[in-house]
Design a protein around this ligand. Structure first.
Ligand SMILES: [Zn+2]
Length: 199
């Protein structure tokens, strides 16, 4: 794993709440890895999540001077975005897929024409974030920033031409089974619960 050493306190918080697991894992891609993010653990432990979101909110406060909403895609990131909005004293809205299309409930009445910061849990491919950006732009809402807790692309994937801010940018090495050093050592493998959501 290649991690930015300045993120050591963040890494420690993720490990403390068991969201970052070390072992021998089979990823949904079929490749094997020493590290796995069990992001549901963040939601399971609100006190630990709050300490992590404190750091994210501080970063957003420093970098984005003026915005109205924090927006997060359902469901995993709702708690994260909501906490961030609370700490930043902003409004909160979430997007959800309706008939495969990313959209917002009509009840979020102030969203149109506002300035929004998008907050997501993990950036892997940028698929969901791209859809949220498109959905906001279709409403005339300006995207003032995009932030994730963990950027698994290690800063290599911009979303809609915008850099994505993260607390933890790291590239997790994944191995083809035949080339996996942990298989070679005969270590038992774990297949964590597969996410059904594109991240
Ligand atoms: Zn292996």
């Amino acid at each position: 794993m290649i991690a930015d050493p300045s993120n050591e306190p963040v890494l420690k918080l993720f490990k403390e709440c068991d969201a970052l697991l070390q072992g021998h894992f089979k990823l949904t891609s079929g490749k094997h890895s020493e590290w796995y993010f069990e992001k549901i653990r963040l939601i399971e432990k609100p006190a630990a999540l709050e300490r992590i979101v404190d750091l994210l909110a501080a970063k957003i406060r420093r970098e984005v001077p003026d915005f109205d909403y924090v927006v997060s895609p359902a469901y995993g990131a709702i708690a994260i975005g909501f906490l961030a909005a609370l700490k930043l004293d902003k409004k909160f809205a979430f997007s959800q897929r309706v008939d495969e299309k990313m959209s917002f409930r009509s009840g979020f009445s102030g969203l149109d024409g506002s300035r929004a910061v998008i907050v997501e849990d993990i950036l892997t491919t940028g698929g969901s974030l791209h859809e949220v950006v498109e959905s906001l732009r279709a409403r005339g809402t300006e995207v003032a920033g995009i932030y994730v807790l963990v950027d698994r692309s290690a800063g290599t994937i911009p979303v809609e031409g915008k850099p994505v801010g993260s607390l933890l940018a790291l590239k997790v090495e994944a191995f083809e089974p035949a080339a996996c050093p942990f298989c070679a050592k005969g270590l038992p493998i774990t297949k964590p619960g597969a996410s059904d959501k594109k991240t």
